[in-house]
Design a protein around this ligand. Structure first.
Ligand code: HEM
Length: 402
């Protein structure tokens, strides 16, 4: 299709897409399934919105994950981009093998009592409060505590300031001090890695200790890869599951009948398993897949994605595609089948999927049980969403108990 024949998205949908991207996604799927934004001096960015296209391109080797292929493009903090999300085979395969054993479902399942214990303790603290922020009081500390436990971050570093250091590196460039955020992050990684080298082993999974040893003893990972991987895991192990709990609880609070259905069946029910999948689909924590660029020209819907163009695969849109899901805008906790793409697809499929599912399966019934009577403190349309590139998550989820 010639560029001039492609319609432009209506400005009201563009303006409200941070708060509610779904009308914008529906417009893209219908009118411009391969939509490109070109800005002077910047690489072209394609947005791909239909389920079938997103799924096949997630696994398409013509799309590279190596940012070095786009001149001048730096997707994350300097010196910390050599991790599995930004690599192609063979480096990707090597790095993925090193981390994936720590996240095997049978290993993760052993963490259930620990997750439930941390979750209960956090809820004990807010039990008598009339106002609760489900993000700051629960989802953020729970998910960060868990990824720190898996990595083997010593308890004295596992605190709000460490979390802030990490999150500042993905804050929008306009509102933060990016140089300072990067300096703080590098200092944190120095302390963490030096601690492992001097024999600081907190026990448990201690994935970071294992990675340091793998690099130092058998040389399968260099220093930049080690630092980048530690950063990646701390960030994605936390930000994603925090959004699952926040977006999922918001969906449940806005769909009382579905929430009551789940509360009545509770933990260990088949409904809980399908409910976690449906909450992942309905308001996907990773809205857009991570960086990809065309390593060779690709034709899509009569248009040509040129070599070097960036391609954004809109997972949140694919998961609401009516060609794939019946009644896609409806929350149906019993939905089966539910082949959503919330964890991606193909060689980069989420390493932490078993952990994320378990965190959801522990958190949702517990929250319904202990905070079930709570209500949103403001209308859903006024809640603050974090202005993030890839993720979709709330800044705060204020609740009141009456
Ligand atoms: C609800 C929570 C989560 C969601 C929705 C999610 C989603 C995703 C998605 C969509 C991808 C693929 C990105 C792409 O292909 O562009 C991915 C990859 C990844 N995820 Fe998750 N994730 C979650 C939790 C976690 C957790 C808890 C960890 C643990 C550290 C984790 C670690 C990773 C890693 C390391 C990759 C990169 C895999 C690779 O490139 O080979 N994720 N995740």
């Amino acid at each position: 299709m010639p560029a001039e024949a492609v319609p432009r998205p209506p400005s009201d949908l563009l303006a409200s897409r941070m708060r509610d991207p779904y009308p914008y996604f529906a417009w893209l799927r219908r009118h411009a399934p391969a939509y490109v934004e070109r800005r002077p001096g910047r690489p072209a960015v394609w947005q791909v919105s239909r389920y079938q296209d997103v799924r096949s391109l997630l696994a398409d080797p013509r799309l590279s994950k190596h940012p070095g292929r786009v001149p001048g493009y730096v997707p994350g903090p300097a010196g910390l981009n050599r991790h599995l999300v930004h690599s192609d085979p063979p480096a990707h395969t090597r790095l993925r093998t090193l981390v994936s054993t720590a996240f095997l479902p049978r290993r993760i399942a052993l963490l259930e009592p620990f997750i439930a214990g941390v979750a209960h303790r956090l809820l004990d603290r807010v039990e008598h409060q009339a106002h609760v922020d489900l993000i700051a009081d629960f989802a953020a500390p729970l998910t960060f505590r868990l990824i720190c436990a898996i990595l083997g971050v010593p308890e004295h570093l596992d605190a709000a300031s460490t979390r802030n250091t990490l999150m500042a590196t993905i804050a929008p460039r306009t509102s933060a001090d990016p140089e300072r955020a990067e300096r703080d992050l590098h200092a944190l990684l120095d302390v963490l890695i030096a601690g492992k080298r001097s024999g600081d082993e907190p026990g448990g999974v201690d994935l970071l200790g294992a990675l340091v040893r793998a690099g130092d003893e058998s040389g399968v990972m260099n220093e930049e890869e080690l630092r980048s991987t530690a950063y990646l895991l701390l960030l994605v192990g936390h930000d994603t599951t925090m959004n699952l709990i926040g977006n999922g609880m918001l969906a449940l609070l806005c769909h009382r009948a579905e929430a009551e259905r789940l509360a009545a069946r509770g933990a260990a029910s088949a409904l809980l398993t399908t409910a976690v999948e449906e909450l992942l689909r309905y308001d996907s924590p990773v809205r857009d897949a991570t960086f990809r660029c065309a390593a060779e020209p690709i034709s899509l819907h009569g248009r040509t994605i040129r070599k070097g163009d960036i391609v954004s695969l809109l997972i949140g849109s694919a998961n609401r595609d009516g060609q794939r899901f019946t009644d896609p805008d409806r929350l149906d906790l019993g939905r089966t089948p539910n082949n959503h793409l919330a964890f991606g697809y193909g060689p980069h499929f989420c390493v932490g999927a078993a952990l994320a599912r378990l965190e959801g399966a522990v958190a949702f019934p517990l929250l319904l049980e202990r905070l079930g009577g709570a209500q949103l403190a403001k209308p859903a349309g006024e809640l603050p969403w974090r202005p993030a590139r890839v993720m979709r998550g709330l800044e705060a989820l204020p609740l009141v108990r009456r």
